[in-house]
Design a protein around this ligand. Sequence first.
Ligand code: BES
Ligand code: ZN
Ligand code: ZN
Length: 484
Amino acid sequence: MPSISFSEKNNGKNPVLLPVFSDEFSAEKRKIFRGLSPLQKRALRTALKNAKFPPTGFVPVFSGKDAPVFVQILGKKAEVARRDVRENAASVASFFKKYAFDAILILPGSLDKKGESAFSEGVIFGSYEFSGFFGKKTIDAEKESGAKIPSQFVFWGKTQSARQKELEAIAEGIALTKDIINTPPSIARPSFVEEQARGIAKKPGVSLTVFGKKDLEKMNCGGILAVGRASREEPRLLVLEYRGGKKSEKPIVLVGKGVTFDTGGHNIKGRYMRWMKQDLGGAATVLGAFSAAAALGIPKNFIAVIPTVENMVSPDAYFPDDVLRMYNGMTVEVDNTDAEGRLILADALAYADDKLNPRAMVDLATLTGACIYAVGDDFTAGLSTNPKLFSALKKSSETVDEPLWELPLHARYAKSLKSAIADIVNCSDGIKPGTIEGGLFLQNFVKKETPWCHLDIASVAFDEKVGLATGRDVRLLVDFVKNF
Ligand code: BES
Ligand code: ZN
Ligand code: ZN
């Protein structure tokens, strides 16, 4: 991760990045020149006089003895939202990779304070690389080319140590989330998820409890045990606690689905098995956000609860038609072994609700393929029993530009979960709103009086076109924990 610093000096030594709206090049908009050295200013003025700049993209301007200025044209001011500014900035690190500069000075250009802040986030979060699995040939070729992303970004302005700390903590959290999701599934097994939690537990104020198979048997976590039964690794329930608030203050509880790979079990997935390493996305997002919130020392009590299993096929695997007895005493008939996420979350939610006295509970899960049909690939789907809690999450979503949309958690769709021999079934094939059905199933495992929200992130956690995790909703959770 590149380092961050602030400066109000430009000695002309470091290459400069200048973000500018395409309609702000005219002479009266001189403020875009602020921070440039005299030589750089002159070179840019000359370039503007003599050349037509494109509507978007990077344009290098050479200024003789001083380092070059890279103008990043963001598009027309009126058409560029804060989120677009952040997304534009996310391409900065990879753009500069080929130049192999060490430090880049980033000037405000056209950006106001809020724009600058979004831009710096984009630059830092966009510097993430997942390179541990390339082979020698690729690594050697890269070394030979000398390409590397800048190791330092210097932002224009007075030193802001709180802001710097925040950016670094969140960048680390997002990188942790992405690393956990991107890691291949033969490595990222339940023991790997436990190791990640152990790493976070080294931070001051954090403690970890690990429940293994024996403990889960005593606790009657029939869902976690059944789904994890065919794996060569034991299932686990991980509980990470941070106590930054008053002793008497009830904690915020974040629960994350940690299916390290989802084959579907006996209801095996066909061609949609590809990318199912992402099925620990909820766990990864909760771990990344927890890690960032703990690093920031947010003065609240918050707890992460992570059930983690591998959903496999073996002679030992659980069957469709099985009946499971869950932590809260309810019985569940298995309609489909591929609706496994809700089974492990059911135990985790019921455990947390029973033992942790939550002020609010939010679970994140790559729960349903239907989610992407419901809200598309830009929204997280939220289902909640508590309007106040949902609006707090929605507010965070708007603050950080990570879109969230509410779906109806309406009882009229709950009929499909009726079973002839158990309290409920885990799913039905007859119902179209599968994301709602998932939420309604989980609702059975949360007390009425506990404010709860289920976030289905199957739509957003992973970018299949790119083949990498997105890190979505880490920032949303950190903002939520900070402000709720
Ligand atoms: N992990 C999947 C959901 C999923 C699909 C996540 C695509 C990310 C991308 C989940 O366990 C699953 O298989 N759900 C089933 C539920 C059905 C059997 C009721 C689904 O969506 O088809
Ligand atoms: Zn599944
Ligand atoms: Zn799954």
